[in-house]
Design a protein around this ligand. Structure first.
Ligand code: TYM
Length: 336
């Protein structure tokens, strides 16, 4: 197989479709940083700009959001000099392998993707082919790097399962070509819920701004949003039936402080929701405050950002092109 280095590989990505939510941070970005720090993996972290145009984008906003996201990656603690951070559109291999994998993905499989069903009902005026075939492109993103591990939130699990099926299908049709990747889904915080409706995922496309926390929200707004979060009339900080709102705040607190859910129940035993919400808010501010400060420095330093994404693309291309050549040869294309 392609992975000759002793280190295992990680690939993951986030779309530049607006400022990240606390859900993106807890479910994904925070784990990107932790896994990179473990130093056991070679980490490829990507800004999935090709994916983002499956939904209409204003070009100027897309450019700004793409640079913002790189600055946020760095501000959150990713080291772009140690491992590559790059834009998907800078590495043509993604589109190349994406096409080949399109031809190995069945209509029925794509039709079953819950994210496609969700997004096509939200954007009924623009159900384009890219929105439909997006999971094959995501599979290409991962398989190009022969990734062992893919850190994601729960909502991407179905796409990862399809990726594994496609890798296995291709390997059986030809011969061993792709590593079959494993998901890395955090135990706590894999699905942070809306603060206003804890039965729904926290998402920046929610029309109610109080339902989500953005990583760059002013700190006093974050505190207010948490104070207004929907809970229940029980006044008891515990998990359980009908207590999804409290459990969601507990997950956030757990992710921010490293405390377990059991420890949190003990800590707030006999205390009311006022105290609990204040503690959650302070824990979020303690994590996001310093990230926001670093973000302000990085976003001013366009030369540094450019240096990171250029060298990132070069390093990514080196690995990705090798996989594309191998795939093209196996499929039967004449060598260029
Ligand atoms: P995206 O950009 O929607 O989300 C980025 C990451 O954040 C996670 N996430 C959440 N985790 C917990 N709670 C939430 N409320 C929450 N909302 C989002 C997502 O699970 C994801 O891990 N298709 C991907 C991007 C992508 C990708 C890839 C990921 C493209 N190619 C290859 C992994 C590997 C997406 O749209 O994520």
């Amino acid at each position: 197989m392609e992975n000759n280095e002793s280190k295992k590989r990680i690939l993951s990505a986030i779309q530049p479709t607006g400022v990240l939510t606390l859900g993106n941070y807890v479910g994904a970005l925070r784990n990107f940083v932790q896994l990179q720090k473990e130093d056991k993996y070679e980490c490829f972290y990507m800004i999935a700009d090709l994916h983002s145009i499956t939904v209409k984008q204003e070009p100027k906003d897309l450019r700004n959001n793409s640079l913002d996201l790189l600055a946020l990656f760095l501000a959150s603690g990713l080291d772009g000099e140690k491992d590559p951070i790059f834009y998907q559109s800078h590495v043509p291999a993604h589109s190349q392998l994406g096409w080949v994998l399109d031809c190995f993905t069945y209509f029925g499989e794509l039709s079953r993707m819950t994210q496609f069903k969700d997004k096509s009902s939200k954007h009924a005026d623009n159900i384009n082919a890219g929105l439909f075939t997006y999971p094959s492109l995501m599979a290409a993103d991962i398989l190009l790097y022969q990734a062992d591990l893919v850190p994601i939130g729960k909502d991407q699990k179905q796409h990862l399962e399809l990726t594994r099926d496609l890798a296995t299908r291709f390997n059986h049709t030809y011969s061993d070509t792709f590593k079959v990747p494993e998901p890395y889904i955090p135990k706590v915080g894999a699905k942070i819920m809306s603060l206003q409706n804890p039965l729904q995922k926290m998402s920046k496309s929610d029309p109610n701004e109080n339902s989500y926390i953005l990583m760059l929200d002013p700190l006093d707004r974050i505190v207010n949003k948490i104070k207004r979060a929907v809970t229940d009339s029980d006044a008891c900080v515990k998990r359980g039936e009908g207590k999804e709102g409290v459990e969601n705040l507990m997950s956030i607190y757990s992710a921010m402080t490293g405390k377990t859910m059991d420890e949190i129940e003990v800590e707030f035993d006999g205390k009311g929701y006022g105290d609990f919400k204040m503690a959650v808010a302070e824990s979020v501010v303690a994590v996001l405050g310093p990230i926001q400060e670093k973000y302000k420095d990085y976003i001013k330093n366009k030369d540094y950002l450019e240096k990171i994404y250029r060298s990132g693309a070069e390093r990514a291309m080196y690995v990705a092109n090798k996989t594309v050549s191998k795939v093209n040869r196996k499929v039967g294309f004449i060598r260029p």
